[in-house]
Design a protein around this ligand. Structure first.
Ligand code: MG
Length: 387
């Protein structure tokens, strides 16, 4: 039980009605308070070890059915092969694409370079994961590539190694396993954001290769290219995921994807696109929702706490007038109480003081008769002194 619930219980306040002032209040960049119990909780997803999360789209699980999720670039059936529950690239068959389109995503897949080592550098176990069909995370047998050895047994350029954002950014480390062994990619991808033809955010790629972070939120510089730099350009917000045929029989298995919201779409609680208008609109909406639940004809510690919480979201009308009314009426009740009655209402009075404390420390209140009164009572009685 957290401190808020303990305090509310001591005050005889129904926690199902009063979520409570507790953490720092909303501000111009945050529609929610710290530890805000009015903030919607995340949707529940089951995630068993080794299995795709319950909300994942299964793109390939070794079955004929999921093999049919893929097609050639022109939409015709792919000439890649289904071999022992794996997807095998076929030389000359071309890239394959998902029939479904995706944008920002979390992607998991497993791949294995051919066990029989052939070729060198870019010619050895080359394939690729093409996010939105445009941004390549390189798949390559980079196991023997080792600049510490002289001569390097499999020389290659750094921005073309396994888990490189091809032609842009080498992996932080070489986490490659031997050819023929299964390797994992866990990728978090955010597409670039454009507004009125202008780039406002370049998007990013994060990659874990065999569980090791190899791309740390790399912000893309351009579309995947070879040799020449190619700037980012606007495109549809959902496009098929592609896998590359680069002439080597690379195998894939266990491919799943989860669509995720754009980081840039978050305009109401921090982040790069936090927008004061959106923040204030949501704060106003929350205030109105909470205001509806208050019994304005019943001034009490409970309704005072409720209206102070509403004020923490919005100081517009009719909230301020209602706060003045409830606080004034509750103060009048307290002023009439003798010592015994005040003692009997100790929990309720402390709860109101705590609500005021949160608003005060966040600069949301100045002079307030009720606040001063409950502060004085609590001080005088020593109710909150640490023993
Ligand atoms: Mg490639």
């Amino acid at each position: 039980m957290n401190k808020l619930i303990i305090a509310a219980a001591a005050a005889g306040i129904s926690t199902s009605v009063f979520a409570g002032l507790y953490g720092d209040t909303p501000d111009s960049r945050h529609a929610w308070a710290v530890h805000d119990r009015n903030r919607p909780n995340p949707v529940k997803v089951t995630a068993e070890p080794g299995l795709p999360p319950s909300d994942a789209v299964i793109l390939f699980d070794g079955s004929e059915k999921t093999f049919a999720n893929w097609c050639a670039k022109d939409g015709s059936p792919t000439k890649w092969k289904l071999v022992d529950g794996t997807l095998e690239s076929v030389k000359g068959a071309g890239y394959i694409y998902t029939k479904q389109s995706f944008g920002d995503c979390q992607l998991h897949l497993e791949w294995a370079a051919p066990k029989k080592v052939e070729g060198v550098g870019q010619g050895r176990g080359n394939s690729g994961v093409f996010l939105m069909g445009m941004y390549e995370v390189q798949v390559l047998d980079s196991y023997e590539t080792d600049p510490a050895k002289d001569p390097n047994p499999n020389p290659n350029y750094a921005d073309g190694q396994a888990s490189a954002v091809y032609a842009e950014n080498p992996p932080l480390v070489n986490a490659s396993r031997k050819p023929g062994e299964w390797q994992t990619y866990d990728i978090v991808f955010h597409q670039p954001v454009w507004k009125d033809g202008k780039l406002v955010w370049p998007g990013s790629i994060t990659v874990f290769h065999n569980g090791v972070l190899t791309q740390d939120h790399w912000e893309m510089e351009g579309l995947t290219t070879h040799c020449k730099r190619r700037p980012l350009a606007p495109h549809a917000t959902k496009l098929p995921l592609g896998l590359q045929d680069h002439g080597n029989p690379v195998h894939f298995r266990n491919i799943w994807i989860r669509e995720i919201p754009s980081r840039y779409a978050n305009t109401t609680h921090g982040g790069p696109a936090a927008d004061e208008n959106d923040v204030m609109a949501l704060r106003g909406k929350t205030a109105a929702r909470l205001f509806e639940k208050i019994d304005l004809n019943n001034a009490s510690a409970n309704t005072v706490n409720q209206i102070l919480e509403v004020i923490s979201y919005s100081k517009e009308e009719p909230f301020c007038s209602a706060a003045k009314k409830l606080c004034g009426e509750y103060l009048a009740q307290l002023e009439k109480m003798d010592d015994d009655a005040l003692q009997a209402n100790k929990g309720a009075i402390i709860s109101v003081k705590k609500s005021y404390d949160v608003l005060w420390r966040n600069g949301m209140l100045k002079d307030c008769k009720l606040g001063k009164f409950v502060n004085d009572i609590v001080d005088k009685k020593g109710w909150m002194k640490k023993k």
